[in-house]
Write a protein that binds this ligand. Structure first.
Ligand code: NAD
Length: 478
């Protein structure tokens, strides 16, 4: 057995120990990076469409193992089965997308400014990529990074969250079965110190990170000092705006799914609801009624709509924020406590919680909680609502419910966020579209679709001079 291990426990049932996983030390991280560096030599030279064939096969295996993997993921991180099935579907979509992209890793050609000279540019792989992720999308989020990285000819060392090592293990099994050569994809396990060893390793050329803004900024500092490429997908404090002319039933369904889907543990979760004053009271009343109907429980039971939070530490963090919200004068209209009855007795359950009369100076308006806690604020107008939405350090997702097309286009233009939904909740990204945020959420990169391929490639520019003479650019032609 490995000298140092950590326990993986079902967040819905503390008696259910999933297994012991190794804490990879510096030597093991080094061995994984060495394997990836060695494998890079041949993998990077394999014709890209052949790499695509392996990724397509991985998509087929994810499809075959979808139900089984969904049960494993629900047991490991708690969200209900219908959500974990969606998580895997995102990996399937990403695998097939990445496979087709290997036939389309386009570069640019442009005319030369000189006679008898040709200018071209090519995408080239970067080398060993270190991938570090959070636990809330244990298969989807790693797939967004790993599959495009591999398609581009890079090799990977993956450090999954310490809260979802089992899903990562299955991810590796699937890539192996798909025919990925040894050393192209490697997994190291553990918490921050294992991730840090990966960041520090001189042969790791790129870090792709998903997690909190706190950790992401620390990683970015180190990558800056070490001159490594670094893409960051970090926290959010996403707002849904509802105007009086909206389809109110749709807006209610939207906020329920946005705020309490995945137990509020999505970077894109709706954690702020901004209601126009004309519908403020009626909307809140309807929302409370609907929230009481949410079925909390073990995600592996088919009737469960909302599962546990990931661990005891996160449960404490939620309690801490709820206490602050109360002390700062927000009004809790539903929830506001842990759930310990029935099915929930042995897990980390928190009731769906709504605070109203939240003002921009309050902590729960500003800080990411990452739990089922919704902060409701009143707006006087669309402009006021957009101003409130933008009054935030993060800039990931946003949403507006309205029946007015002019309002929709103004919001699309004026809301400061990487993603804006019209008449849909703040969650629901599709795998082939750019994903990411501005302000405290990101550092200028986007995952998803074609934009991920920008992260995982370098450019090689080639000039071919067939004039037979020395042509000095900018000098001989002007
Ligand atoms: P976290 O920042 O605590 O951990 C994320 C990962 O970083 C884990 O694998 C962790 O082990 C590792 N890590 C921690 N310290 C490290 C260090 N010093 N060096 C290297 N690696 C280190 O985040 P979390 O609590 O696991 O996840 C929740 C956060 O993730 C939330 O803020 C959420 O918004 C964010 N998130 C963002 C996105 C997105 O796409 N923007 C998606 C999912 C989650």
């Amino acid at each position: 057995m490995h000298a140092h291990t950590f326990q993986n426990v079902n967040p819905a049932d503390s008696d259910d120990i999933i297994g012991l996983f190794p804490i990879s030390n510096d030597d093991e991280v080094h061995a994984a990076v060495l394997a990836a560096s060695t494998a890079f030599i041949s993998w990077s030279k394999m014709p890209a469409p052949k790499r695509g064939d392996i990724l397509r096969k991985a998509g087929d295996i994810f499809t075959r193992r979808k139900e089984e993997l969904s049960a494993i993921m629900t047991r490991e991180m708690g969200k209900p089965l219908f959500e974990t099935l969606g998580d895997i579907q995102e990996a399937i979509d990403t695998a097939y997308y990445a496979a087709t992209e290997t036939r389309r890793l386009f570069g640019y050609t442009a005319p030369s400014e000189m006679d008898n000279k040709m200018n071209l540019s090519f995408r080239t792989p970067i080398g060993v990529c270190g991938i570090i992720t959070a636990w809330n999308f244990p298969i989807a989020v790693p797939s967004w990074k790993i599959l495009p990285a591999l398609a581009c000819g890079n090799t990977v060392v993956f450090k999954p969250s310490e809260d979802s090592p089992h899903s990562a293990h299955i991810f590796a099994e699937i890539l192996e079965e798909a025919g990925l050569p040894a050393g192209v994809f490697n997994v190291v396990y553990g918490a921050g110190s294992t991730g840090s060893a990966l960041v520090e390793h001189p042969s790791v050329k790129l870090i792709g990170f998903t997690g909190s803004t706190f950790t992401g900024k620390k990683i970015a500092e180190r990558c800056g000092a070490l001159n490594k490429k670094c893409s960051l997908e970090m926290g959010g404090k996403n707002a849904q705006i509802v105007m009086p002319d909206a389809n109110i039933d749709l807006a209610l369904d939207g906020v329920l799914w946005g705020a309490f889907g995945t137990t509020g543990q999505r970077c894109t979760a709706t954690s702020r609801l901004i209601l126009h004053k004309d519908i403020y009271d009626s909307f809140i009343n309807a929302l409370i009624t609907k929230t009481t109907q949410i079925k909390l429980g073990n995600g592996s039971h088919p009737q469960t709509q909302m599962g546990p939070v990931i661990n005891a530490k996160q449960l404490e963090k939620i309690q801490h924020y709820v206490a602050i919200a109360r002390s700062e004068g927000a009004t809790c209209v539903i929830g506001g406590d842990v759930e310990i009855s029935g099915d929930c007795a042995k897990g980390n359950f928190y009731k769906p919680t709504i605070f109203i009369d939240v003002t921009p100076d309050m902590t729960i308006f500003k800080e990411e909680i990452f739990g089922p806690v919704l902060a409701v604020t009143k707006a006087n107008s669309l402009d006021h609502a957009i101003k409130l939405a933008n009054n935030c350090d993060y800039g990931l997702s946003s949403s507006l419910f309205t029946g007015n097309v002019d309002a929709a286009f103004r919001a699309i233009r004026d809301i400061e966020a990487g993603i804006t939904y019209i008449n849909a909740p703040t969650i629901g990204a599709e795998a082939h579209m750019p994903f990411g945020g501005i302000k405290g959420t990101g550092n200028g990169h986007r995952e998803g679709g074609w934009t991920a391929f920008e992260i995982f490639t370098e450019w090689k520019t080639v000039y071919v001079d067939y004039s037979g003479s020395l042509q000095r650019a900018q000098i001989d032609n002007y």
